[in-house]
Design a protein around this ligand. Structure first.
Ligand code: WTA
Length: 680
């Protein structure tokens, strides 16, 4: 992250007090109560988490121990000996608590007139049917099911059906293309894949099943594919024996749909979700049923002050962790009404969000800074014509929010009175870790404020975006969590070494983010210190993109780094050394760009591809990415000491090449297209 951006983030010194109105009926009514909860949670964690688990979750059998910790191996088991089922907690128990006919899920399709609403009873019936159907495909407890689906109700229904059986679901973002999907299906060894004929995005049809077919040739574990008819595509190629239409399969289970919930051990895996790590291989983060569900419900209740009659909308795609925790599991565990939207914020007009808020009287809106930035560029008339008075709480996640976006959200959407909860967390943490409590925390735009009760966050060492070197006088350090919490991942699938790497450096959980704490104890997240790039709030791995580039026959070497981007937060900048004799050309640049896009997905498309003669390297031959980042970020004056370079002469040429490339930015080949910018 460039120094300039950090400075912008830190310069808004105004703070905003929590609202008085509504405070007395809040779950946490003020700073004193928050302080007291923090004190109690750290003093006696078992008592604190045990009490939350009893209040929020229905257990078939109570735990023997709240936490069994093996500090030497960084293994933490929550609620050992307990039994529960996530599907039961998200559906069945609400049927007998007076919520049977309450809306559990409201779905707004990309087409304005496509709306579906499921009451808790209807959701129950659907989930049971799908559980029967999966069971007829011989899916049992512990089996893996991959979900490559757009934002349609069948996705949540499939997740809950897996949870009901005890099967482990792995959602794959529907914007991923071939390589991204293949590595994730192979990475979880899925036996069944559920998909759709196509996704509908910005009025365009994006085939999913047809994408999947060639991928499956390299995924021998997959025995069945279930296809939802979503876009009404004709001529979908269905392979005999392997492929079934969702509706045909479900037809067999219209009578007597009850499907009993599998009693799961608290430490049985609920789901696997891949995130980007420091290698080309995605990290299969595993979450345990008991700890994860408790933490999802706990943070949903406190961070959004969720009340029983709230209509709640988390705009994140369920292919990411936010959609899991705050789209599905958290709100439904609390018996709330959750909204799901198939489309994008700006199509056909940039008023989709505000229409949905008005139509369904949304009370809580949780979205990403990148969405806010894309909407604030539009004419104010797009927000002004809608009645947004139902809103009570706003939230953001995924990346630091710049004060300009914060203020726009606060003024135009929040009418200068609604709290904005800026929640910092990660796939690995399961739920929010550092976040305001709406009626208790004073807000400072750009800061995720303070750790939630029970979360022992700290800054260790000295770190910036540029790696691990201690910069003199730097206040920023590595953001770590010193004690276990129930939402923490239980492991990395088939990669113990990777799991241990989160703990090896500091002896406690290291987030991979750099952060700073101010004199009020407020945390300011500065960005990743590892090789992840955060594009529109989505985590991508530089290594994964480099691997795709390096596999092209024209490419000798590739290095990918983040660059600041006004809309997406960060963009992707690739440096490429071509093989001998391969000339640099615009057509090669287009080819490389399309290769990345086809292989990983539109959101991984590089903003710039710069051809270079040689990478800056150490004498031992290691590429010095820190310098490449500075150049990509237009901060070459900050490159600093170059004495470690084996080839200092390469640097000047790279800087000159960068300047030329940026000056020629309007070359059409590099213009970001609609599909990329709609991957939010
Ligand atoms: C970044 C998404 C600043 C951070 C839930 C983290 C944030 C990565 C914030 C995790 C925030 C997330 N402020 N940065 N409020 N929230 N991040 O795993 O760099 O997709 O490490 O989880 O997003 O991304 P992931």
């Amino acid at each position: 992250m460039s120094q300039e951006r950090i400075t912008t983030l830190l310069t808004d010194s105004r703070s905003y007090l929590p609202p008085e109105h509504g405070r007395t009926s809040a779950w946490i009514c003020g700073p004193e109560e928050y302080d007291e909860l923090c004190r109690r949670a750290l003093e006696d964690p078992s008592d604190f988490w045990g009490a939350r688990a009893s209040q929020l979750i229905h257990w078939f059998k109570r735990w023997d121990k709240v936490l069994e910790a093996d500090d030497a191996h960084h293994k933490y088991k929550w609620f050992t000996g307990a039994k529960l089922n996530a599907s039961f907690n998200c559906i069945d128990r609400h049927l007998i608590s007076g919520r049977r006919n309450k809306a559990a899920l409201i779905w707004q399709g990309e087409k304005e007139t496509d709306v579906r609403c499921y009451t808790y009873q209807m959701l129950y019936t659907e989930v049971c049917r799908v559980a029967h159907a999966l069971s007829s495909l011989h899916i049992r407890k512990g089996d893996h099911v991959a979900l490559y689906m757009p934002m349609i109700p069948e996705l949540f229904i499939a997740m809950l059906a897996c949870a009901r059986i005890g099967a482990i679901h792995t959602a794959i973002f529907s914007g991923y293309a071939e390589g991204g999907v293949r590595s994730r299906i192979q990475g979880c060894r899925a036996r069944v894949v559920i998909t759709a004929d196509a996704a509908v995005r910005s009025g365009k049809i994006k085939p999913l099943k047809a994408n999947l077919d060639p991928i499956l040739e390299k995924c021998p574990s997959v025995g069945h594919v279930v296809v939802v008819r979503n876009a009404g595509l004709e001529n979908v190629n269905m392979q005999r024996k392997r492929d079934t239409w969702w509706h045909d399969l479900m037809d067999d289970f219209t009578l007597n749909p009850d499907f009993p919930c599998e009693p799961m051990d608290a430490n049985d895996t609920l789901f696997l979700l891949h995130t980007s790590g420091s290698t080309g291989k995605p990290t299969g983060v595993m979450h345990a049923t008991g700890g994860y569900l408790t933490y999802a419900a706990h943070t949903t209740q406190w961070c959004f002050d969720m009340r029983d009659d709230d209509v709640y909308w988390c705009t994140a795609d369920a292919g990411w962790i936010t959609g899991h925790t705050y789209g599905l599991y958290g709100p439904l565990a609390l018996g709330a009404t959750t909204i799901m939207f198939e489309g994008v914020p700006t199509w056909p007009y940039p008023d989709r969000y505000w229409r949905i808020v008005e139509n369904f009287r949304v009370n809580i809106l949780y979205t990403a800074p990148t969405v806010i930035r894309s909407l604030m560029r539009m004419n104010e008339a797009w927000t002004e014509r809608y009645d947004l008075r139902s809103l009570r709480i706003l939230g953001t996640v995924g990346e630091p929010i710049n004060p300009e976006a914060w203020r726009w959200f606060y003024e135009h959407i929040g009418n200068e009175e609604l709290p904005i909860v800026d929640t910092w967390w990660q796939t690995e943490t399961g739920g929010a870790m550092i976040a305001p409590i709406p009626y208790a925390t004073k807000l400072k735009p750009g800061s995720a404020t303070k750790p939630l009760p029970g979360i022992d966050a700290a800054i260790i060492g000295s770190a910036g975006r540029d790696g691990d070197e201690a910069e003199e006088g730097a206040k920023a350090g590595h953001l770590v969590i010193r004690r276990p919490w129930p939402g923490m991942m239980q492991g990395v699938y088939c990669d113990e070494e990777k799991y241990q790497s989160y703990f090896s450096r500091f002896g406690c959980y290291s987030s991979g983010d750099a952060a700073e704490v101010d004199s009020d104890g407020y945390f300011w997240i500065l960005g990743r210190v590892d090789d992840s790039i955060n594009v529109s709030g989505h985590r991508l791995s530089t290594a994964e993109i480099e691997a795709v580039l390096a596999a092209c026959p024209e490419v000798g070497e590739a290095a990918v780094v983040p660059m600041p981007h006004a809309l997406k937060g960060e963009g992707i900048y690739a440096y490429v050394v071509t093989r001998d004799e391969v000339p640099w050309s615009s057509s090669l640049r287009v080819k490389l760009r399309d290769t990345v896009r086809r292989d990983i997905g539109a959101l991984a498309t590089p903003e710039y591809i710069q051809f270079v003669e040689a990478m800056p390297k150490t004498t031992s031959g290691k590429v010095i990415r820190r310098m490449l980042r500075k150049i990509a970020g237009d901060s070459h004056e900050e490159i600093g000491d170059t004495t470690s370079l084996a080839n200092p002469e390469a640097l000047a040429a790279i800087i000159a090449g960068h300047n030329n490339l940026v000056a020629g930015r309007h070359e059409t080949e590099n213009a970001p297209d609609e599909e990329e910018s709609s991957t939010i």
